[in-house]
Ligand binder design. Structure first.
Ligand code: WQD
Length: 342
């Protein structure tokens, strides 16, 4: 009998890639998503890849009544992977109440359901934004948490604290928080990928839309940072590597391999890459020159961050396998396929 797992936000970018990897591992996947920031057609993309259509429920996790109704009808859900949250850093600064309400209330509702419906484990989608600008690099899980620079980042910090305190009180619950660095790319099939609604906030979709002629040019937000080429540095990892880490973390919990009832792992390549190096990767894999212009720094950007992924490597036996060029190529193929430009 396949183990049943709930993926909240499963039609989103990282969620949909994780659903594919879960199905490949034989899990029966239930998706809850309110479709505010994703398209239901993603289900067709998942099914095209795995041949299995996930069970889907359009539901807002802030609607406690409906959420409890879902769990009453699906009593044998064994675990939860929780992605559903608003995640645009800039938007969170403009709409803090929306972000605190949505990201925190949805988590609280889920935690109450875990207790009441006796669901023992959760994998939580966290972020490297909890570190702010680290003083020391690479950043490890015991690096100091800095004051959040955005309400979005603060909701991730608060989320981790809610889970930590809940598990301290309820020893029969267990969870793993995964702190993502910068996920990029798309499934090699090009059936699913990053689907920003409107003008992309993130670097790579903006690059591929510029390459496809949808955007006039890329604005590089500053080249006067204290880095080798002056542009900001991040740790970019392939979304399929990231998705597979969720399956590893879920199995760690289900098989009781976790050493504490609350564990935290950084998910990154361990390598810092600058904006200009990402542009060079795009030009290398596509053979196209990218049109860009250097403009002022973007408020809220940190200068440089990359992960020390050794804890995840050692404890979970997980490490990234795809290169920056692999990820960029998959992002470009997805852009061409999605726009039917192939
Ligand atoms: C990367 C670099 C920009 C766009 C993201 C997510 C955040 C979190 C961490 C999950 C920066 C530069 C960007 C552009 C540019 N992920 N840039 N021109 O800011 O690291 O945050 O990863 O929790 O939710 O947003 O990623 O892709 O926006 O920026 O020059 O048009 O690219 O200045 O240095 P960021 P990003």
């Amino acid at each position: 009998m396949n183990k049943k797992v709930l993926v909240t936000g499963g039609t989103g970018y990282i969620g949909s890639h994780t659903v594919v990897e879960l199905q490949n591992e034989g899990f029966e996947v239930f998706i809850i998503d309110n479709l505010v920031n994703s398209d239901i057609k993603v289900l067709d993309g998942i099914t095209a890849i795995t041949g299995k259509k996930p069970v889907f429920e359009q539901l807002d996790l802030c609607d406690s009544e409906r959420l409890r109704g879902f769990f009453s009808l699906n009593p044998d859900i064994e675990s939860i992977i929780h992605f559903a949250a608003y995640k645009a850093v800039g938007e969170s600064v403009e709409k803090p109440v929306l972000y605190y309400y949505n990201n925190i209330v949805s988590l609280l509702n889920l935690m109450k359901c875990m207790r009441d419906f006796r669901i023992p484990s959760m994998v939580f989608s966290s972020s490297c934004t909890v570190y702010g600008q680290p003083d020391k690099l690479p950043v490890s899980e015991d690096s100091p948490i800095q004051e959040a620079v955005s309400p979005y980042g603060n909701t991730k910090q608060i989320g981790e604290e809610i889970i930590r305190d809940t598990l301290h009180a309820c020893k029969d619950l267990k969870a793993i928080s995964l702190r993502y660095f910068n996920p990029i790319g798309a499934h090699p099939s090009s059936h699913i990928g990053e689907l920003p609604i409107g003008e992309p906030e993130n670097l790579v979709p903006y690059i591929t839309q510029t390459g496809a002629g949808i955007r006039e040019e890329l604005r590089v937000f500053g080249d006067d940072y204290d880095t080798p080429d002056g542009s900001c540095i991040r740790d970019y990892l392939h979304v399929v590597d990231l998705a597979q880490a969720h399956v590893v973390a879920l199995k760690r919990l289900l098989e009781g391999q976790n050493k504490e009832n609350y564990e935290i792992f950084n998910l990154g390549t361990g390598k810092g890459v600058s904006v200009f190096e990402v542009i060079e990767s795009f030009e290398r894999v596509t053979g196209k020159k990218l049109k860009y212009r250097v403009v002022d720094r973007r408020p809220g950007d940190i200068e440089k961050i990359w992960a020390d992924p050794s804890l995840a490597n050692k404890e979970m036996g997980w490490a990234t396998r795809y290169s920056l060029d692999d990820a960029m190529k998959s992002a470009w193929d997805w852009e061409l396929n999605y726009r039917k430009l192939k």
